[in-house]
Design a protein around this ligand. Structure first.
Ligand code: GTP
Ligand code: MG
Length: 334
């Protein structure tokens, strides 16, 4: 599935319908009086966040969205038909900004949350409203109000419980696949994952939304590799799981390299709760793996990082999975 996390769209609510000028015309009633109905209301435009959409891709090619205009009023006091509202569906975590991106209009954080972005115009008055003691045959009726129009920028910042970060090829997508029913592409080369992927895990009966993010490398903040812009999707994750590949020469250095990239992107990322998974432990001897774990613990003891746990892990053998689930379940009780 393609992914897009920003889009600029023009929105126009429907105009109100014209009021009608009409007179009662019946046999034997020569001066029937006004009976022109009001115009119908134009449709409003609403932006709604829903769970089953993960990207703003629907807004890549189509940029104009309009609700229908209200119908014109008719004789015999018939009001013109009001139009239905147009609802634009977006992923949870979509922020609605002014066109220049400077003002936040809404932040749709939960499933079903809606924002009325453009109000439809009310219908105009039919001539029935303008009858008075001095004017029994008013020809006046009014046009409907214009529907509101606005250009907005949509920006998606995924809201998940856990964000997966780490070097390319560390096993982030394998982890998502192990924990959830999501089936991201997994391959033995870097930058397999090009866009964030979501999956829902169930930890002792509780839901945990996991976001698998593309791999980071040293210099990502300067645009190296896939760059670091997708890290905005880690900003609203409560916990980060940092996946470190033990099948490399210096896992501890890799860990600190990634931390540096997080810091360059936003300090906020460096103070988040973090779980470190020393992954691919199946490719190391027990002794080796334990030594690395000790080294990590020693080096990170007084680092000031909010580390919830450091776990020897394997997506293949599932080593460490039970420990991880326990740590996550404690976190979920917070
Ligand atoms: N032996 C072993 N191999 C693993 C483990 N976890 C992942 N792999 C392998 O490592 C390779 C990379 O896995 P991915 O899950 O695609 O890695 P990723 O971190 O998502 O990589 P990018 O999307 O490129 O950032 C694949 O060949 C996996 O089969 C593990 O625990 N043990
Ligand atoms: Mg991947």
């Amino acid at each position: 599935m393609k992914f897009l996390d920003t889009a600029t769209i023009y929105i126009k609510a429907g105009n109100g319908g014209y009021g009608c000028t009409s007179f009662r015309r019946e046999k034997y009633i020569p001066f029937g009086g006004p009976n022109g109905g009001d115009g119908g209301r134009g449709g409003s435009v609403i932006i709604k966040a829903v769970r089953n959409i993960n990207t703003l891709i629907d807004y890549r090619h189509k940029h104009h969205f309009g609700a229908k205009n209200g119908a014109t009023g008719e004789g015999r006091m018939k009001t013109g038909q009001s139009q239905e509202d147009l609802t634009l569906l977006v992923p949870i975590g979509t922020i609605i900004l002014s066109e220049n991106g400077n003002f936040e209009l809404a932040d749709l954080k939960s499933d079903g949350e809606e924002f009325l972005i453009a109000r439809g115009g009310d219908g105009g008055f039919g001539n029935i409203h303008f009858k008075s003691s001095t004017n029994q045959t008013p020809y006046k009726s009014t046009s409907g109000h214009m529907g509101e129009e606005i250009t907005v920028k949509l920006q998606l910042k995924i809201i998940a419980d856990v964000g997966l970060i780490g070097f390319p090829n560390a096993g982030k997508s394998s982890f998502l696949s192990l924990m959830t029913s999501a089936r991201p592409k997994i391959a033995n080369y870097p930058f397999t994952t090009l866009n964030p992927q979501l999956g829902m895990a169930y930890i002792f009966g509780k839901e945990l939304l996991i976001a698998d993010l593309p791999g980071l490398i040293e210099g990502a903040h300067r645009g190296v590799g896939l760059g670091d812009t997708f890290l905005k999707h880690a900003e609203r994750c409560t916990t980060l799981i940092h996946i470190v590949d033990l099948d490399t020469s210096d896992p501890l250095k890799s860990y600190f390299d990634i931390r540096k990239e997080l810091e360059s992107f936003s300090k906020k990322l460096t103070i988040k709760d973090e779980i470190i998974l020393l992954n691919k432990s199946d490719l190391r001897t027990n002794e080796d793996a334990t030594d690395i774990l000790k080294e990590f613990k020693a080096k990170l003891k007084s680092s000031g990082h909010n580390i919830l746990d450091i776990i020897l892990f394997s997506n293949m053998s599932r080593d460490g999975l039970d420990t991880l689930k326990k740590t996550l379940s404690v976190k979920l009780q917070d």
